[in-house]
Design a binder for this molecule. Structure first.
Ligand code: SAH
Length: 210
């Protein structure tokens, strides 16, 4: 199930759906998604679907991981990326191989504990993880040139916009019942927003769970 052929089939599917960034496709080809799932789910790791990770949360669909990563990198390489809703740590692992530093936040402690072990096992050392409400951003580490969220707020928290550097890009779902993937670029003049496509994510929730 985790064979090279199964993985190649997934990559071909992503290409067919319009993913064209070769670096992103290469990282998805070589990142062991099955390690981010419990054993009972691991055999489905290379299907292009979201899969349960417990606590009513899901590991994002490979297509959306690829799409958001591609959008984040579209205007050039990123040095410091804030990730909100790190969950299983899979998107975190993909980002860590493509950007300078990843600052990943997750509000559910048991998920974060597991993802910490996985990222350590994969020797991805340019990642810092924090158990906190990502809607407030990562105080003290402001000025990110990339922000990516896998949880959807009703509107983009101003704390996140405040932590986006000039030239930085924020990629996140926005909306409650109906969500749209937003890309916000900060310029000298202010913020420019592109609405990309409809998506389905879990809501961005306040506070933390121990
Ligand atoms: N990219 C992750 C997606 C996990 S689902 C993966 O592929 O595994 C989205 C995650 O966002 C959930 O784990 C949820 O707990 C988390 N989340 C929701 N609101 C949050 C918040 N305010 N701060 C941090 N994490 C949050």
């Amino acid at each position: 199930m985790t064979s090279q052929r199964t993985r190649e089939r997934l990559i071909q599917r992503l290409v067919d759906q319009g993913i064209s960034n070769m670096a992103v496709l290469d990282v998805i080809r070589t990142t062991p998604r099955h390690l981010f799932l419990d054993e009972a789910m691991a055999h489905r790791a290379y299907e292009d679907t979201a899969l349960p990770i417990g606590f009513n949360q899901t590991l994002s669909q490979p297509y959306i991981v690829a799409r958001m990563t591609e959008l984040l990198l579209a205007s050039g390489p990123r040095q410091r990326v804030l990730e909100i809703g790190s969950g299983s740590g899979y998107q975190t692992a993909v980002l860590a191989q493509l950007v300078g530093e990843v600052y990943a936040m997750e509000r559910i402690k048991p998920l974060l504990d597991k993802s910490r072990q996985r990222l350590r096992k994969l020797k991805l050392r340019n990642v810092q993880l924090r158990h906190a409400d990502g809607g407030l951003g990562w105080d003290g580490q402001g000025d990110f040139d990339g922000i990516l969220s896998a949880a959807s707020p009703a509107t983009i928290p101003h704390e996140l916009l405040a932590q986006l550097a000039v030239g930085g890009r924020l990629v996140m779902p926005v909306g409650e019942d109906r969500q749209q993937l937003h890309v916000v670029t900060r310029t000298d003049q202010g913020f420019e927003t592109d609405i990309v496509e409809p998506v389905r994510f879990v809501p961005l929730r306040p506070g933390t769970v121990r």
